[in-house]
Write a protein that binds this ligand. Structure first.
Ligand code: ADP
Length: 516
């Protein structure tokens, strides 16, 4: 409840008419206080305390007798002035923040309370004005407002930028000719692009919000795939080329290649997974047809060639009586060209066998040094312009298909000769590394660019600039690579363009128990 106001005479009694105390109290106040006499013309100031002198910079004598408006100097158009005028006219209280000026002309913000003072008959005899210099607070308030506005502007800009980025990204995602899905951390689909919806003949309603593993007829519900996907977020290890062969709803049997990555977009969406799905059914079918063709064609070519070879051998064994030297050398040439053709066709057959996984290994223990030595000797005879230097030795025994391994060495040395015209040295080095033997073939020829290095072990790859200059099918290294891999070794190359290449392979040395 509100305490009833003390009457004027009550207060008077209480203070015992002690004027000094009033004055002392007023002068100790921090707020500037003035009293104006409303009964005199122009409402002059009849009292001001010390704080008022301090705030305004004017002395007591320069203040008394003036109307308060001198504090506004020429700054008269402020609406707050009308407010003060109105409350003086109507005898009400008012509170304004108004621009005032000190004696030295410096602006200060004055928070002014004006209240009327009434006598016992209720007439307004005076006004009391209480003022506080709030310049500092105003300045802070202004700065705060500015800062807020600038932060708001920044947020607006950033939001716009993000929105633009999002539109940009989503337009890429929608246009890309690959099926894309974005999943949240629980593998629920957040979005699917139009290529996905078109490929799988589904709607966004069937897809978005559903768990990946529950899509369609659960085609992606594969334990091995789940295991890989679970690792993506914590380890950032992508899922690369995961093949799914499945009878999909609406589109039937297809082979899909799936790649999945953690999305890292300025740290914002890092708990999301992007899945790209490629339909490779047709590509596989074309590859298969190509392989079938190769295998049939080489088979068909080989049969008459074997007969030709037999006939040439027959003619060599039974030369006519009048056979000239030219006759025999020509026949020998035919024989060696038939051999070359036969080797090429065998290589082609080998590739299709490798592709279909039908290559057979006839494993027997053999002395690797002897195999290499024999191959080097044979090739040295065939290429008398080159010095093929064999160094290193090991008495290691390898358990494997000797014919295939000698085919690898043969390939590497033949390539070294073929791709190093104008040089005359090839080095073959054999040594033991741990439980393996390592064989290196070094030439000082044309070398291989870094770009080509990644591809030379692929089927039918030939470096662009040599295609026309040197004969070949681009399968020797592919076959060699597969042969070494089948023997649990590795084949690789180190090379510098213009300086030469070193092809090396390893093979595990046979343990005594291996043969048991
Ligand atoms: P081919 O020799 O029939 O082209 P390969 O599979 O043996 O097929 O070799 C593939 C490609 O690798 C070659 O075409 C050539 O570009 C490159 N290559 C192989 N060996 C060497 C080598 N010693 N120096 C430079 N390039 C080589």
């Amino acid at each position: 409840m509100e305490t009833p106001r003390q009457s004027y005479s009550d207060q008077k009694n209480h203070l015992g008419n002690n004027l000094d105390l009033y004055l002392m109290a007023l002068n100790s106040a921090n707020s500037g206080i003035i009293i104006t006499d409303n009964l005199q013309p122009d409402n002059p100031i009849i009292y001001c305390n010390r704080a008022f002198e301090k705030i305004t910079g004017y002395k007591h004598d320069e203040i008394i007798g003036h109307n308060c408006r001198f504090l506004q100097l020429q700054d008269r158009s402020q609406s707050e002035r009308q407010e003060i005028k109105k409350s003086i006219k109507e005898g009400t209280e008012c509170r304004v923040q108004i621009r005032n000026y000190k004696k030295n002309g410096k602006l200060f913000w004055n928070e002014l309370f004006v209240s009327p003072v009434k006598n016992e008959r209720g007439e307004i005899t005076h006004f009391i004005g209480v003022q506080n210099d709030i310049t500092e607070a105003k300045k802070n308030e202004h700065e705060l407002r500015e800062e807020k506005a600038s932060i708001e502007r920044k947020i607006e800009d950033r939001t716009k930028q993000l929105k633009d980025n999002e539109i940009f990204l989503s337009s890429i995602i929608q246009t890309v000719r690959e099926s894309l899905l974005v999943l949240d951390a629980d593998y629920k689909v957040l979005s699917a692009n139009s290529h996905f919806l078109n490929t799988f003949k589904v709607t966004s309603l069937d897809t978005v919000g559903t768990l990946l593993f529950e899509l369609g007829n659960h085609q992606w519900d594969i334990a091995a795939l789940k295991e890989l996907l679970i690792k993506i977020l914590p380890t950032n290890n992508p899922v690369i080329d995961f093949e799914v062969e499945h009878d999909f709803p609406y589109i039937g049997k297809k082979i899909m290649l799936l790649n999945a990555y953690r999305i890292e977009f300025e740290g914002q969406y890092k708990d999301r997974i992007l899945i790209a799905i490629e339909d490779i059914t047709e590509k596989r079918e074309i590859d298969r047809r190509k392989d079938d063709f190769l295998s049939i064609a080489s088979h068909e070519l080989k049969t008459p060639l074997t007969t030709i070879k037999g006939l040439v051998q027959l003619l060599q064994r039974m030369p006519p009586e009048a056979a000239t030297q030219k006759y025999t050398t020509t026949l020998d040439k035919v024989g060696s060209y038939v051999d070359r053709l036969n080797n090429l066709i065998t290589e082609l057959l080998d590739t299709s066998k490798i592709q279909s996984g039908n290559i057979e290994l006839h494993k027997e223990p053999f002395d690797i040094y002897k195999t290499i030595k024999d191959t080097v000797e044979n090739l040295s005879l065939a290429t008398p312009d080159y010095k093929i230097i064999l160094s290193g030795n090991t008495n290691a025994v390898i358990l494997g298909d000797e014919l295939q391994i000698s085919q690898v060495i043969n390939n590497l040395i033949s390539n070294a000769v073929k791709y190093s015209p104008g040089t005359n040295t090839i080095e073959v080095y054999l040594n033991k590394v741990g439980n393996f033997i390592k064989v290196s073939v070094t030439d000082y020829g044309m070398g291989i660019s870094a770009q080509d290095k990644a591809k030379i072990f692929e089927r039918f790859f030939r470096a662009r600039d040599i295609q026309k200059k040197f004969p070949g099918l681009g399968i020797g290294l592919y076959i060699s690579h597969e042969i070494i891999a089948n023997h649990k070794g590795t084949l690789w190359v180190e090379s510098e363009i213009g300086k030469g290449s070193t092809f090396s392979f390893t093979l595990p040395i046979m343990n005594v128990e291996d043969n048991g």
